[in-house]
Design a protein around this ligand. Sequence first.
Ligand code: TYD
Length: 140
Amino acid sequence: MVLNDCKIIELPQVHDPRGNLTFIEAGRHLPFEIKRVYYLYDVPGGSTRAGHGHKNLQQLVIAMSGSFDIELDDGYTKQKFHLNRSHYGLYICPKIWRLMDNFSSGSVCMVLASDYYDESDYYRYYKDFLRAVRPEKVHE
Ligand code: TYD
């Protein structure tokens, strides 16, 4: 099951009374080299983000502030994760449909990605995603 390859990664923490510190080293804490970083912020209450899949992109999603939910779907199984700590990241492998919602007020979602933005790497429609991962399920 592809979904089994997606997992929560615990990042190193340096505890300090002055404030904690977490670091991420490409190729060490992640199974990919980081080519892009982006973040979602000022997300209005009730918003849903993502709602797409990627053909080849790998990502690590971190709740830098606040919390939100991510539902992952490999075409067979769905699994929901609640992210609320900045020293945990959710690794998302290729060919996973994802939906993000339940953003807390002021939350910031940072994503480390294995490649540059490329619209042709997206599955924008669930049917196209399903056709790629589970063709027997799609009836035209
Ligand atoms: P998208 O990935 O579709 O976000 P969501 O599915 O949550 O709505 O991105 C939204 C828009 O931002 C889309 O028009 C493409 C653009 N975009 C970039 O230009 N670069 C990026 O790195 C990302 C992630 C998105």
